[in-house]
Design a protein around this ligand. Structure first.
Ligand SMILES: NC(=O)c1ccc[n+]([C@@H]2O[C@H](COP(=O)([O-])OP(=O)(O)OC[C@H]3O[C@@H](n4cnc5c(N)ncnc54)[C@H](OP(=O)(O)O)[C@@H]3O)[C@@H](O)[C@H]2O)c1
Length: 285
């Protein structure tokens, strides 16, 4: 639980983060408290999750000093204008009651209603990126990055931005690894964070993955999270069941190379009824 990665600007980021999507604002404070007890030091929220206030409360009330915690939020995907983005960054700080955030990401290159429409919103993303760059320069954000960005979206920032994104947070799990994005990120010193490392739960019943997990004597979730770390990516599992939160923090085992290879070539991306969410819609340019 003490393992960290170093971002390109020298900031250290704990190698496991707790996802908080779909956890109510009223419930998230207790979930975070359980996670901090279990050793987590990295939390992932977003303006769109509606629980920034609860995450902020949990951080302010924690026994763990603020500087030992790593807090990420995300600029709403619809903010593609400099003034709006700047105001939204300040609003996150205010809602969370924090002086600074460790990382803020542009949540998606496209507004959700237009996800992967083919319109890359290049101008709008540059405007939002400038707002993040300025907030970082002002000391409000220790690191800045993007989420759901494909190589063309990243290239736009590399060509016209002042700062290379420190992070790209994307959908990545056993069965669905965006190898082109992972390779592009690595080539440019951008850390890839893996969201939905347990496939939003869709992986739990997979017989092939269950068989490998059983051989290691670990749960499917633990295997899936450790797999992501061994790829050099940063997993962000969400759990609100205390036993799951604790289980997912037990990562002191190594998956053998042959099993890593076998898990890497599995393909599945069936998210059932959750396929209605843009991120699981399977749309790629
Ligand atoms: N940037 C983006 O666009 C984006 C999109 C999606 C997600 N994310 C981030 O990534 C985080 C994780 O993604 P996710 O919430 O989609 O899915 P996930 O972490 O892949 O899966 C969460 C599901 O797995 C269950 N689970 C977790 N650990 C388990 C265990 N040890 N045993 C059994 N079941 C377990 C959880 O149950 P319980 O909750 O009941 O414990 C929950 O139902 C999000 O919370 C969010 O922070 C970002």
């Amino acid at each position: 639980m003490t393992e960290t990665y170093e971002l390109s600007n020298g900031v250290r980021i704990p190698a496991l983060g707790l996802g908080t999507w779909l956890i109510d604002d009223a419930a998230v404070e207790a979930v975070v408290a359980t996670a901090l007890d279990a050793g987590y030091r990295h939390l992932d929220t977003a303006q769109a999750y509606g629980n920034e206030a609860g995450v902020g409360r949990a951080v302010r009330r924690a026994a763990v000093p603020r500087e030992e915690l790593f807090i990420t939020t995300k600029l709403a995907a619809e903010r593609k204008d400099y003034a709006e983005a700047s105001a939204a960054i300040d609003r996150s700080l205010e809602v969370m009651g924090l002086d600074y955030l460790d990382l803020m990401l542009i949540h998606s290159p496209e507004p959700w209603a237009d996800f992967r429409s083919g319109n890359h919103y290049f101008e709008g993303n540059l405007a939002a990126w400038r707002a993040l760059e300025d907030a970082q320069a002002a000391g409000k954000l220790r690191a800045i990055g993007v989420s759901n960005f494909e190589p063309a979206d990243l290239q736009n920032i590399l060509d016209h931005g002042r700062v290379v994104p420190q992070v790209n947070q994307v959908l990545a799990h056993i069965g669905n690894l965006p190898q082109d994005v992972i390779a592009f990120d690595a080539e440019h010193g951008i850390l890839t964070e893996a969201y939905s490392p347990v496939a939003h739960g869709a992986m739990l019943a997979n017989p092939q993955i269950r068989a490998v997990a059983a051989r290691y004597g670990v749960s499917v979730a633990r295997l899936a999270i450790r797999f992501i770390q061994q790829l050099g990516l940063l997993p962000l599992p969400k759990a609100q069941t205390p036993a799951h939160i604790r289980d997912n923090a037990e990562l002191d085992f190594t998956i053998a190379d042959a099993d890593m290879d076998a898990l890497t070539v599995i393909h599945f991306a069936d998210y059932g009824e959750d396929s209605a969410f843009p991120v699981y819609s399977g749309k790629r340019d």
